[in-house]
Design a protein around this ligand. Sequence first.
Ligand SMILES: Cc1cc2nc3c(=O)[nH]c(=O)nc-3n(C[C@H](O)[C@H](O)[C@H](O)COP(=O)(O)OP(=O)(O)OC[C@H]3O[C@@H](n4cnc5c(N)ncnc54)[C@H](O)[C@@H]3O)c2cc1C
Length: 393
Amino acid sequence: MISFALDEEQTILQTTVRKFAAEHVRPNLRAWERARAVPDEARRRFHDLGLALLDVPEAAGGAGAGLIASTVVHEELGFGDAGAAVALWAPHLVPAALLSLGDAAQAAHHLARFVEDPLALGAVAWSEPAGAPLEGFATVAEKRGGGWALSGKKAFVVNGDRASVIVVFAQVEPGRGWEGAGAFVVDGKAPGVTAGARHETLGLETVAASSLALDGVFVREEDRLAAPFVDGARRFFARASLMTAARQVGLARAAYEYALGYTQERRAFGKPVAHFQSIAFTLAETLMDVESARWLLWRAAAVPDGKLDLSHVAQAAVHANEAAFRAADNAVQLLGGAGYVQDYPVEKWLRDTKTLALSAPTDQLSQLAVTGLALGQPIDAGLPSSALQPIYT
Ligand SMILES: Cc1cc2nc3c(=O)[nH]c(=O)nc-3n(C[C@H](O)[C@H](O)[C@H](O)COP(=O)(O)OP(=O)(O)OC[C@H]3O[C@@H](n4cnc5c(N)ncnc54)[C@H](O)[C@@H]3O)c2cc1C
């Protein structure tokens, strides 16, 4: 049976987060942007509502809600403020990585601090400033008495300059591509870890990101995450993509509703501008974008855990990015002069949606995945394999 409705529990959750976003997030959109941070009080509230570790299994201290519930939460937060949505959840990229790439004991051990401390900060480092080799990472992990030594450079790492725990993706077996990569849990204060200055960004100012240098950083054997890397990274990036898509749906809905309200109030040539046909068409197209993006997202998320369809995930991710960009762009256009000044939120949404769309994987890689999967090509770790490159490049 096909259902386009949330169940009772999901509806209660949606109402709770909608209230949280309306009362605590949207009113602070500019203040938090200027402060370049979400205050600790909001992070505590987010944690106390059980939202921080929503999709972490109950056995590991989370709420054990499914993926649909998480997309509902992130849509509502994205509606409130996409910057806050990323900042509030960013530490929980670590639990997502632990659950995707670690075994049960590793996840339980490292998750404990996120369950207990609402202000615990984590980071996951995959991107590299040098650009990726054909497959795999330039950052290397070498065997060193009882563990591993990690060396290399990472970029754009959210919370990289402040995380107490960082999951680092590195190459264990050079020449074996993604199959030869691994994930390691690194203490953010370990000798050899140096964070660069915080990046100045286009949007999402509440999110602190920086480069990271690793110089022979020692990691214990038991802190190498145990799952085969390709399967684990595929799960990790797929889940991260769905959460980004959910924020984009929320942002798109925010832009649509704002433009709808504004164009009914604003009058030109004797009537509300919403009553001009071209503006009505734009509003209708924006609404269709919002709705279709949500349906693709829910289709991708409505699967038993671990059984995500990569093509569905990639389609949802790309469409949400494009829909949100069009919605924010349309909102700026429909507000006219009010669209570009900071007295109104729409210029921020345009900057935020573009920034969100650049989190991993990019639209190009997702689109390669969609067509590659349709052609039966190998798609490793959610990224195209070298076998796919000659077809498209
Ligand atoms: C808000 C935000 C949060 C982020 N958080 C993190 C984080 O916490 N940790 C982290 O490690 N990184 C993070 N990133 C970085 C992000 O994951 C990367 O920027 C993204 O994956 C792109 O990688 P890149 O910058 O190396 O682009 P490149 O790989 O250099 O790509 C450059 C361009 O080429 C395109 N391209 C690359 N390969 C192909 C191909 N095979 N075919 C066609 N086109 C291709 C890309 O789509 C892109 O348009 C974040 C980025 C943003 C914007």
